[in-house]
Ligand binder design. Structure first.
Ligand code: PML
Ligand code: MG
Length: 280
């Protein structure tokens, strides 16, 4: 057991624990937890194991940071998960684009998001470590640094809810080791001002992506890219003229959010059945 540094009882305080691993300057993996003091050392070890076990080359640098959280923590309920059964990449992309469109995102903004993520959204053609922020009307990119983008940080599951998520995934018959973290990010992105998020992984073996929004929740599309493709990333869609972009970015990066409840989701279904669920 690690002792508090100043001899005071810190057992009620929460900490942000972060890990990032890279090889030759390229990001390999990263993760973050919000934890009580007594779980720090165990979780640090499991993040280290995760950093070393990437399958795409060992990292040559692994960084950890531990910070006490001074800010008030917000509690959230996760977005409900749906999965759309699609035919192949073109079909998935078409339906994902349609879902963005019915969430009020313009065609130009949708096209920019897909094009950018597909080619590597950073100006040098690499994947961005963080997300793009796109204006829902003009498709203009609003993130201050288009190389780096916005990293959503300080989001985690309250102890016990990870297990609830596991059970819920089992109940609706889905699996995917990337869902947990992606659902957490999407929940935070959507709980404030973003109208929608588009995401798929940069991992060449992971071809499922999602669209998140308030009304429809976290909606997964199998095969949103081809296997072997290493391009991936995120786009957050906001109404640039109605929000303060700096405070939104600040919220995404700094505000601690813990998921306290897993909202029930749905078993995978066809697109038409999915839409029927939301008919008035
Ligand atoms: C899923 O719902 O299966 C997760 C999709 C997005 C994964 C993004 C990532 O981890 O890189
Ligand atoms: Mg990734």
């Amino acid at each position: 057991m690690v002792r508090p540094f100043n001899g005071q009882d810190q057992s009620n305080n929460s900490y942000s624990l972060r890990m990032r691993a890279s090889r030759e300057g390229m990001h390999i993996s990263g993760a973050e937890r919000i934890l009580p003091f007594e779980r720090l050392s165990t979780e640090l070890t499991s993040l280290l194991i995760r950093a070393l076990d990437q399958g795409i080359g060992n990292p040559d640098e692994v960084h950890f940071s531990i910070e006490e959280i001074k800010d008030e923590i917000l509690y959230a309920e996760s977005l409900p998960i749906s999965t759309i059964l699609t035919e192949a990449v073109e079909d998935s992309r078409k339906k994902a684009a349609e879902l963005l469109f019915i969430n009020g995102i313009s065609e130009i903004a949708i096209k920019r998001a897909f094009d950018n993520i597909s080619k590597g959204a950073s100006p040098d053609g690499n994947n961005m470590r963080g997300a793009m922020i796109l204006d829902i009307k003009t498709g203009e990119r609003l993130e201050p640094d288009p190389y780096r983008g916005i990293r959503v940080s300080r989001i985690d599951f309250l102890e016990g809810t990870e297990n609830d998520l596991k059970n819920e995934m089992k109940r609706i018959g889905i699996n995917g080791h990337r869902i947990k973290e992606a659902l957490a990010i999407a929940t935070k992105v959507i709980m404030a001002v973003a109208k929608a998020e588009l995401c798929w992984s940069d991992n060449p073996d992971y071809t499922t992506g999602y669209i998140a929004s308030k009304r429809y929740g976290y909606v997964r599309f199998n095969d949103i890219k081809r296997k072997g493709n290493t391009k991936g990333g995120r786009a957050f869609f906001v109404s640039g003229s109605n929000i303060n972009i700096d405070s939104y970015i600040n919220f995404l990066q700094i505000k601690p959010v813990l998921i306290k409840k897993i909202t029930p989701g749905f078993i995978p279904c066809k697109w038409v059945e999915f839409l029927r669920r939301y008919e008035d």
